[in-house]
Design a protein around this ligand. Structure first.
Ligand SMILES: Cc1ncc(C[n+]2csc(CCOP(=O)(O)OP(=O)(O)O)c2C)c(N)n1
Ligand code: SF4
Length: 275
């Protein structure tokens, strides 16, 4: 893809960005910009909402209609935007803390409603921005500032959580597969319903340096070595899949109706004018 096609989506006046050099969030933003560009999206009709966190700073650098909201509340804002303007392309970018801790309730209800929003969850297994506290996805045994002797809480599997709560397109990739990140984001955007794209990424500054992955490259190799395509994973045992990341499209339900379509009928029943 020509460089200009990506650059036109960037608010270069806000560079340099706040991310640490080598942070995985940059790989994800590049994949998102390539996805938006190759889908021919109009920045004036593309809304990107976020909460608070290093990951949530992303929309500030994207030249679209962007919202930087409160921690864990971005899906509430995105839901309001989509309900009022179903014709818009609406995305929500979140960290694992934003999505599954403070925003966990909003997340499961957005999944259950099946509203046409594409949620990109940047899972670095930690609260990066605030100094490396454990999040609901911190692996057992990992060291965090709030778990100096190793985390003991069982972590959430974001994709399983999303599927269980009713999301109709759920996929995972890692930052070691930038091309797959782009492809899955594109599919998520095109999906008529709530889509969740979990991208395993890293915070080498807050998580990596305490867990023997202090260099960005250590993390890239870590994810590369542990990624298993869904098609292959289907033939492996739970023991063989321990400590692996199953990547690709994990769940797709073509039959569930998207929420704003149902909502339009409610508007009609109430005597209002649907869009
Ligand atoms: C209501 C509220 N509680 C707590 C915070 C502090 N806070 C800001 S970002 C953050 C965690 C961010 O972690 P995550 O969402 O995983 O994103 P990352 O920084 O790792 O990309 C916290 C706890 C806040 N801003 N607002
Ligand atoms: S603190 Fe972690 S998540 Fe935040 S920019 Fe640095 S490496 Fe990325």
């Amino acid at each position: 893809m020509p460089r200009e096609d990506v650059m036109k989506w960037l608010r270069s006046q806000f560079m340099p960005h706040i991310w640490c050099p080598g942070c995985g969030h940059g790989i994800i933003m590049h994949a998102l910009l390539r996805a938006l560009s190759s889908l021919g999206k109009d920045p004036g009709k593309t809304v990107i909402s976020s909460g608070i966190g290093c990951s949530s700073r992303m929309p500030g650098y994207i030249d679209a209609c962007t919202l930087h909201t409160a921690h864990g509340r971005s899906l509430a804002f995105a839901t309001g935007v989509k309900l009022a303007n179903p014709e818009l392309t609406v995305l929500d970018v979140m960290g694992d803390g934003d999505c599954s801790a403070i925003g966990g309730n909003h997340f499961i209800h957005a999944c259950r409603r099946n509203i046409g929003i594409c949620a990109i969850v940047m899972n670095n297994n930690i609260y990066g921005m605030t100094g490396g506290q454990a999040s609901p996805t911190t692996p057992i045994g990992a060291i965090a500032t709030t778990a100096p002797y190793g985390a003991i809480d069982p972590p959430f599997d974001i994709c399983r959580l999303a599927i269980g709560a009713g999301a109709t397109f759920v996929a995972r990739a890692t930052i070691a597969q930038p091309q797959m990140c782009e492809t899955l984001i594109k599919k998520g955007i095109q999906h008529d319903g709530f889509s969740v794209i979990e991208i395993m990424t890293h915070c080498h500054t807050q998580f990596g340096r305490k867990n023997k992955r202090s260099r960005p490259l250590d993390n890239f190799n870590f994810f590369k070595d542990r990624s298993v395509m869904k098609t292959k994973a289907d033939g492996l045992s739970p023991e063989e899949l321990e400590d692996k990341y199953v990547i690709g499209e994990l769940h797709y339900d073509a039959n569930a109706e998207e929420y704003t379509k149902k909502y339009q009928r409610v508007i009609e029943r109430a005597g209002g004018q649907s869009k």
